[in-house]
Design a protein around this ligand. Structure first.
Ligand SMILES: *Cc1c(COP(=O)(O)O)cnc(C)c1O
Length: 377
């Protein structure tokens, strides 16, 4: 196979990243703190209007710290998105909490408000609700937040995939008590690896930074009254992030062009439906996804294999958490009262298409023709 690889979503670098990294080298700020870290936090806070931000080693660390800030303990129930990447819920288990998985709804593929309501009937006292914005599409935030407010339960937004997406004009990640972003290699912007915890509450973000630096008490000697972590972002990494942030809006518009291109190209194939976008929001279209009609004998595997033949990377939809062996003992609240799961259906019928913003017009045409061919077009 000598055809070049067509990627799902790989880092897109621009050059400014190196300028900030060079500055860090020139001033010897090669440490898990420094001017790039402070500036990246300020620049992200300004971009998202989130209030305050703590730059961390990963998005997973940010979710973990959000749960620590809420004091999640042994046996505490936490409602969490079911159709998502495992990082959304793993930190609940780090704190020995009990995840209860909330199904997706069909309109955005995110947490179902209907299932969430029923979850409260069954478990009246959860300690938090953690909701992801899948593939960059904002969840039904008004409905979900109204339920959380009614029950006075803190809401954590996993905006790892949705940085730059907005809901009713406001950035995702800024609605909950705490929001988190990820800068992993395949996200819309990357620092190679990293994350951020954001909140309107300055004290909370300060506390997160404290926990992220081994929870050192303010004393000259090394003194600790709490268990901390080594979760801070490095000054080198933050330099990459500052350079990337300059291109976030550009990445978003290119991702949207990819989504539109697929949508138009498959408009006359009734078996294909693109992933939903929330009409109340403006999605970053991080990954373009499709589902295949229920009665069709073409499976996502057939399409993924066909794309692999042209050396193009695609992937399945996230496998729902309630189907994961590691979470087999956890409860799951389906969207439909009769027990049918929307997330399972999306998983079995869906897949993610190559969505790399460096893919050329020719790459896109090739991908599209291969997918169409699978449906006899
Ligand atoms: C990528 C991702 C995370 C985790 O971010 P890391 O920076 O990789 O730890 C969390 N949640 C979702 C939905 C993600 O896609």
């Amino acid at each position: 196979m000598d055809r070049k690889r067509i990627y799902l979503s790989s880092p897109t670098m621009h050059g400014e990243e190196q300028k900030y990294v060079q500055e860090a080298f020139d001033t010897n700020w090669v440490a898990p703190l420094g001017p790039n870290v402070n500036a990246f936090e300020k620049e992200m806070a300004a971009y998202t209007d989130c209030g305050y931000a703590a730059a961390l080693s990963s998005g997973t660390a940010a979710i973990h710290l959000a749960l620590r800030l809420l004091g999640i303990r042994q046996g505490d129930v936490v409602f969490v998105s079911d159709l998502t990447f495992s990082a959304t819920c793993n930190p609940i288990v780090y704190e020995n909490g009990t995840p209860v998985f909330i199904d997706a709804e069909p309109d955005t593929w995110n947490m179902s408000p209907e299932a969430l309501k029923r979850a409260f009937d069954k478990y009246p006292n959860p300690k938090a609700v953690v909701c992801a914005h899948l593939y960059g599409t904002p969840a039904k935030l008004d409905e979900i937040m109204a339920i959380c407010e009614e029950h006075d339960v803190p809401f954590i937004e996993d905006a790892a995939e949705s940085l730059s997406s907005t809901y009713k004009g406001r950035q995702t990640g800024t609605f909950g008590k705490y929001g988190i972003y990820s800068f992993n290699g395949n996200k819309i912007i990357t620092t190679s690896g990293g994350g951020m915890l954001v909140s309107k509450e300055e004290e909370a973000v300060k506390k997160a930074t404290f926990l992220a630096t081994q929870a050192r008490d303010p004393a000259r000697h090394y003194q600790h009254s709490q268990i901390g972590y080594n979760y801070r972002m490095s000054n080198i990494t933050a330099g990459v992030g500052r350079g990337q942030l300059l291109h976030l809006e550009e990445h978003k518009s290119l991702k949207k062009v990819i989504y539109e291109k697929y949508r138009e190209a498959f408009a006359d194939v009734p078996e294909i439906t693109m992933n939903p976008l929330n009409p109340d929001g403006d999605a970053n279209c991080w990954l373009s996804c499709m589902t295949i009609a229920k009665d069709c004998n073409i499976t996502p595997d057939i399409i993924m294999d066909a794309l692999e033949e042209i050396n193009a990377e695609s992937r399945p939809i996230w496998k729902p958490m309630h189907l994961q062996p590691v979470f087999a003992a956890c409860d799951f609240i389906p969207h439909h009262a009769d027990g049918r799961s929307v997330g399972e259906d999306v998983f079995y019928r869906g897949m993610c298409l190559p969505s790399d913003i460096k893919n050329t017009k020719e790459d896109m045409e090739l991908i599209i023709s291969v997918v169409r061919h699978c449906f006899g077009r």
